[in-house]
Design a protein around this ligand. Structure first.
Ligand code: NAD
Length: 292
């Protein structure tokens, strides 16, 4: 069984970014990422802080905008419009979820698709479906694909089962795996909360991507011998023995599933670090594509 290491592959992606950033700087351009946080959700604040830190570590231009929870839709639209017009900013990300009074879909549509490094704008969703390489693909599924490729997992002709149909993970993951070319060419089944007899489907899978949001949902009985399992889930479960009182676990019952697998990602230490690495890679790509 191979343990696929997210931190190791993320380091490689970041090293590639560093090389590209140096080349861009030599041409007089520094890629810039703006991360906008509305409100004070502690988890979102932590995500935004780590994105800002990663940018700075890499020598990217980083703008972190922390707006009060009372920010109106119009005020947020104005912030996005300003960032769209700012030539020093190549990537814009509005941290999800915003407060309830904000229409998140309208904000996403207001972001210039050329700066939409989250890949959530309808233009980028369409480009993924069209297999247009100039589009931006959501960072988490892009990171999962990279993990598979780096681990030498052949996706061509494989039966891949994606569990989850969200716009952030499941759907783009399925599109990446079915696209033509390296890291794609798979036969893809998408399962979700209305799927009948999930186990019968997952037991047929060569590759399983679990993006469900339920702790330890995927059990050994769901997985065939020699399968490859990518665990996207990040779930908080009580852990009275720990300092924080909780720990993070994946969607996969790792201890019982891992022995059956050819390769598997742990949680933590799997997909998590890839998401931020791919965000950096998308920002570098946005900058490269902005040049004449
Ligand atoms: P979501 O809640 O939007 O989607 C969950 C999906 O799981 C849904 O499509 C639903 O149909 C499916 N589902 C729910 N119950 C099911 C069941 N019983 N059987 C089959 N399918 C079922 O969540 P999401 O945003 O796609 O995130 C999924 C998980 O991935 C969460 O744990 C989230 O925290 C994690 N996540 C991790 C990263 C990362 O960087 N590693 C990034 C994004 C999301």
């Amino acid at each position: 069984m191979t343990l696929i290491s997210g931190p190791q592959v993320a380091e490689k992606v970041l090293a590639e970014c560093q090389r590209d950033i140096a080349a861009l700087k030599a041409r007089g351009v520094t890629p810039g990422l703006a991360v906008v946080l509305v409100g004070d959700d502690p988890a979102s604040r932590a995500y935004v802080r780590s994105k800002d830190k990663k940018c700075r570590d890499l020598g990217l231009h980083s703008v972190k905008l922390e707006l009060p929870a009372t920010t109106t839709q119009q005020e947020l639209m104005d912030v996005v419009a300003k960032l769209n017009a700012d030539p020093a900013i190549h990537g814009i990300l509005v941290q999800s979820p915003p407060p309830k009074h904000i229409d998140e879909a309208a904000i996403v549509r207001a972001i210039d698709p050329a700066k939409d490094v989250d890949g959530f704008h309808p233009v980028n969703v369409a480009k993924l479906a069209l297999e247009d390489p100039t589009g931006f693909v959501p960072c988490t599924p892009l990171g999962c694909q990279r993990l598979l490729m780096d681990a030498g997992i052949e996706t061509k002709g494989a039966h891949a089962v994606v569990i989850g149909r969200s716009m952030i993970v499941g759907k783009p993951m399925a599109m990446l795996l079915m696209a033509k070319g390296p890291g794609g060419d798979a036969t893809v089944t998408v399962a979700h909360s209305r799927t009948r007899d999930l186990g019968a489907i997952t037991r047929e899978a060569d590759i399983i991507i679990a993006a469900i949001g339920r702790p330890h949902f995927l059990k050994a009985e769901h997985v065939k011998e020699g399968a490859v399992v990518i665990d996207v889930g990040i779930n908080r479960v009580e852990d009275p023995g720990s300092e924080k009182g909780y720990k993070l676990v994946g969607d996969v019952a790792f201890d019982e599933v891992a022995p059956k697998c050819r390769a598997i990602t742990p949680v933590p230490g799997g997909v998590g670090p890839m998401t931020i690495a791919m965000l950096m890679a998308n920002t570098v790509k946005a900058c490269q594509q902005s040049l004449p």
